[in-house]
Design a protein around this ligand. Sequence first.
Ligand code: SAM
Length: 337
Amino acid sequence: MSEQPNPEKILQTGLGFWASKTLLSAIEMGLFTELARGPESFDAIIGRLGLHTRSAQDFLDALVALGFLERSGDRYGNTHETDLFLDRRKPSYIGGILEMANHRLYPFWGHLTEALRTGQPQNEVKQGGAGLFETLYADPARLQEFLASMTGISHSANLAIAQAFPWKEYQTFVDVGTAQGDLAAQITQANSHMRGVGFDLPEVAPIFEEYVSALGLQDRLTFVPGDFFKQDLPKADVVLMGHILHDWDLPTKKMLIAKAFDVVPEGGALVVYEAIIDDDRSQNAFGLMMSLNMLIETPGGFDYTGADCSGWMKEAGFSETRVEPLVGPDSMVIGIK
Ligand SMILES: C[S@@+](CC[C@H](N)C(=O)[O-])C[C@H]1O[C@@H](n2cnc3c(N)ncnc32)[C@H](O)[C@@H]1O
């Protein structure tokens, strides 16, 4: 007897933004950073966060029911995960992407239907004028928030790439569009023989240098300012591109892959990583929704499958390619020259 149809998953997904926004508001108010000092009483929390008494208990208990807080009597505390990943003072903090999502993506995604009908981005560039990065980078606070958010979304994959890729066969790398420099830092930290370069727009330099020197890696890791539309990439054995190709349309993706091919030696490699969509385009929901996020955020960006990327790499001249899963929805596509 086939199972009775059940509307639960439909309702859960349809109203999923309730849970998201409850968590995003807690991060926005710094609740988990506050509780990283230890569990606190209900009265202490509403005082510190400035919560109105009408729904404060519902809010905190919803976070308990969602598994983001623990409660004992009237004292609330972080769980192991929220204490490790959502305390702003810890290097393991991944909240940057969630702060940016709360501040920017949550309101922009409210216009997804319009974007699907017009094919037009729904973010700051909607009103015309400069591109995403120019708009964001004109404001130092948004620049810092955006670059930190990239570390948040990429940190786990960066740790995996630093371990999984055969770095012992190489000496140098360049991370194109390096943002705060977390991937470059993880590779350098895990592989003492490697020397690297972070390549990005000039405005990014001070934020990269602060991040790298805080980790004591400035002797083996340097920043090269530049614009990949206007100049060649720095030469290296390995070129890395994380969440770069998905920002752009197909001709630009191919231009960037060709630029990488030009600067690596025989036997050198291009490593592309993102939420690579499965070739059947039916499993990696996060990768497919990230592609919708590129609709919201960019004029022509889209995510793609491992087969797509391998084909573009072969077209550029890379002799062999392979796709390797990393963590969660992320994978890397490797092209060898
Ligand atoms: C979506 S972020 C990815 C950051 C990082 N690779 C990661 O995966 O977390 C895109 C990066 O590309 C950089 N970028 C954008 N346009 C660029 C250009 N024309 N030349 C060089 N870098 C650029 C941005 O500054 C930003 O750091």
